[in-house]
Design a protein around this ligand. Structure first.
Ligand code: CU1
Length: 530
């Protein structure tokens, strides 16, 4: 048995003197960016299934009208917790995991700049996630006001609100510390010759994302702290009875919340920008325009927040401003889609699993983008507001968008990480099951929303029954398909065909010229030359 205190002794027996220990102590005390990247990715995968189980509870209840499985209170806790877990516990940690694994190797650095901070950034997460989940078992249950936690409703929550807010503070701290580490690493640890405009796109997207995180996570922390003092210490920031304004919270929340969307989607863009050139056997088209488009999206994302609040009764000039600024984001986004398409144009294309997920991302993320433009039109948003159309929109952005990018990235880099090939045939089956079921799951929700079905309700009028049943069937197929992903990853980690030096036969991705037969403790990889 290996315990924490035996870690040092175990190290003496290690055949690799770089090894920080074995068993539990290796993972607790590791400062290796690859180990920490693995920890983030495994944590994200566990959270995917916890948040996914909550989604399936929601879809089971909505399979038919009437109340079947859960009471309305628990249903509301599920919609709130599903979102918080998926956003803060699953997708953000997943991309930090990719950043940990890939950024040092891509810029020719031996590790992250602040390795012990890196360890702490990760190990905050399991505690924060546990605290957040534990609120479900407290008296009165967890907070039940959506992930947006709007007052005055959220102020009706029980004492568990204090624990939920504490968990959000911890999750935010973890993100900020991770972002600081990424910025310091990229700015200071690049190999000679690796100028900023030679960095792989994934590194660029994460550098810009890290600045966004440092800008907006403290704003969320401030907002939820004001909720905390309103609920427990008698202040009235958001309580009209005491002279406060509940709409103020919406402004603060969405000043964080909209850039948060891009904190999730920019690293996805980065992964897609690595995958598409590799399977097109061409360099990325329009590299510098990609960098400027990413920066442009990040800037614009900070001046569009009130498009989430068109119905609160803001001045006409405000509605016009937020409508126009939101639509401007379509321009840099279209630049990116054009560049990805132009990269594939006359390329020597092949469609292994990572490329399939990347191409599906292009089509399906675009559906989320177009419905976003629809909602940006202030006068028609009055029709869509708080309907299932919104749910359909952001799930297209986040599931076949961000999650597909993360899954595609995992398939893309698994051979690099493990030294083994994954099972291509199973990967393709996993892709097709996911791509078909995700559309059965989310596309009908557009129809439900346009027909007037509200979001966040456990029951609905009978005219919504058919598409809800279809959506729920899609949800269960999609959810269980992801078990295949776990099987494929475990199988790949444990063995399989050896990965070759150039896994994807890729003249562009020279990062592949350094094979990783021993994925851990290799500090001596030569710098990447592009
Ligand atoms: Cu937004």
């Amino acid at each position: 048995m290996t315990t924490i205190t035996q870690g040092h002794a175990a190290q003496d027996h290690a055949h690799d003197s770089h090894g920080p220990g074995h068993g539990l102590s290796r993972w607790l005390f590791t400062t290796n960016h690859k180990d920490i990247g693995t920890l983030y990715l495994v944590f994200a995968l566990v959270m995917l299934f916890i948040g996914g189980a909550m989604a399936l509870i929601i879809r089971a209840e909505l399979f038919q009208p009437g109340l079947q499985f859960v009471n309305p209170e628990f249903f509301n806790q599920m919609t709130s917790m599903h979102a918080l877990i998926m956003v803060f516990g699953m997708i953000m940690p997943a991309f930090v995991g990719f950043a940990n694994w890939m950024i040092p190797m891509m810029i020719g650095a031996p590790d992250m700049a602040l390795p012990r901070l890196n360890n702490w950034s990760f190990w905050i997460l399991p505690f924060a996630g546990t605290i957040l989940l534990s609120t479900l078992f407290m008296e009165g249950g967890g907070p039940a006001a959506g992930w947006t936690m709007y007052p005055p409703l959220v102020l009706q929550s029980g004492n568990s609100l204090a624990f939920a807010i504490f968990a959000i503070h911890l999750l935010g701290m973890s993100s900020i510390l991770g972002a600081i580490n990424i910025i310091v690493t990229v700015m200071n640890m690049r190999a000679p010759g690796m100028t900023l405009l030679k960095m792989p796109m994934f590194v660029w997207t994460w550098l810009i994302t890290a600045y966004l995180l440092i800008l907006v996570m403290p704003v969320l922390a401030g907002g939820v702290t004001m909720l905390l003092t309103d609920r427990f210490f008698g202040t009235s920031f958001f309580q009209a009875a005491g002279g406060g304004d509940p709409v103020l919270f919406q402004h603060i929340f969405w000043f964080f919340g909209h850039p948060e969307v891009y904190i999730i989607i920019l690293p996805s863009f980065g992964i897609i920008s690595q995958i598409i050139p590799a399977f097109s056997r061409k360099p990325l088209f329009g590299y510098s325009s990609m960098v400027y488009a990413t920066a442009g999206i990040a800037f614009l994302s900070c001046i569009v927040w009130a498009h989430h609040m068109f119905t609160v009764g803001m001045p006409l000039a405000g509605e016009m401003f937020f409508m126009m600024s939101t639509m401007l984001i379509a321009i840099p986004t279209a630049v990116k889609v054009f560049n990805w398409t132009a990269t594939m144009w006359r390329g020597s294309l092949s469609f292994e699993t990572p490329m399939l997920f990347a191409v599906a991302f292009l089509f399906l993320f675009a559906i989320g983008g177009f419905s976003g433009v629809m909602m940006a039109i202030a006068p028609v948003d009055f029709q869509y507001h708080d309907t299932y159309f919104i749910v359909a929109h952001f799930h297209y952005v986040l599931v076949p968008g961000a999650l597909f990018a993360a899954i595609g990235g995992a398939y893309f880099w698994l051979p690099k990480w493990t030294g083994h090939m994954y099972d291509e045939k199973l990967g393709k089956i996993h892709f097709w099951l996911s791509a078909v079921s995700v559309n059965i799951l989310f596309f009908p929700q557009h129809f439900l929303g346009l027909a007037g079905m509200p979001r966040r309700i456990p029951d609905y009028a009978t005219q919504f029954a058919d598409w809800n049943a279809v959506s729920s069937i899609g949800a269960f197929v999609f959810g269980f398909s992801q078990l295949m992903f776990v099987y494929i990853v475990v199988k790949c980690v444990r063995g399989g065909a050896k990965a070759t030096a150039q896994v994807w036969d890729n003249p562009e991705g020279l990062e592949w010229t350094v094979p990783s037969p021993a994925p851990y403790h290799t500090f001596d990889e030569p710098p990447l030359v592009r």
